[in-house]
Write a protein that binds this ligand. Sequence first.
Ligand code: ZN
Ligand code: ZN
Length: 340
Amino acid sequence: MLPVCLRSEVEYGVGPNPDKRDAVIRAATYRRPEYDNAGISFSPSTLEAVRSSLRLQFPPVQQQRGSSFSMLESLPLELLCDVFTSLDIEAILNLRQVSHRLREAVGAVPAYEFATEHGLDAVLALFWSGLGPHFTLHDVNNALRTEYCAVPRCGRFGHFVFLPTLNRVCFECLGHERQFSLLLLSKADIAESHSSEKSEPVHVMHTLPGFYSERKRKYHKQRHHIVAELDSVKPRDPGRGHYGWPCSNRYLAAIALPFLECSGSQVRSHHTVFCKGCVFARDNKLGPTGRARWLHGRTKTLPLLVNRMYDHRTYFEHFKWCRQAQILWDSGKEIDSLSS
Ligand SMILES: [Zn+2]
Ligand SMILES: [Zn+2]
């Protein structure tokens, strides 16, 4: 609840127009890199280098007659696309290296195009962490199109995707829920029954070096083989203490991904955001009338508001009463009209 000194007198409705809602989000909110990069993250230069290599047309590799791929290559492009749609990520990325023909066929697979355009970091994270053989491009695309945390009754926006299962998860559940706990492979007991069709598949991943966590960011250099603690995976010798990893290490198996809202050919991406209006009020010690007020002394809720995370739905509940955010949006509109 907003304190009275920050609250607008009347409710400010934005309406359902998605373009207008996107414009409000751009004008009145911001993202925090430390939250976006709390899990596995790649530098923009790494992503750009990979993106250009995916676009690059290498000279064709000379195939020997009768090679194991020659029959595959002779299939019509449409048929190749159908076949490749069901392949795992590692297989499809490796196939691109075989020949021009197969590279062309892979590039024409809609799921490949969508995943590399909107979720390249997730594709790379799966490939480089050894999870590539366990997931398809469709799995990645489904995760990108999933909005909410997978924990029943949570209902929060899923900021992360948990790589060992590709489930969406919010900040809170990643830190607390048992289904996202991890074990070192060397300290885990994997039940024989895990390979049966009924049980959840157990995937081993190896961690990637980098900085993790949104607070107290720590560099993890060593690569570990880890598994998610599922029903069929238990700590070995639990009587001798806890062999699981600390909860803060769960970031090593998570990646922040936008939620993609798809309507026809239009794709809108939604992220976790913070309110610029509340930051403005804190930094300028301003109330809704613009008169200086020492808000820090008057309300303890402002620091909480500044650090509150929103998604593209919950933000509008806040925006309709956050006077400073409304002022930012209105002043942005004036600048737009002056420049046009
Ligand atoms: Zn949750
Ligand atoms: Zn606000």
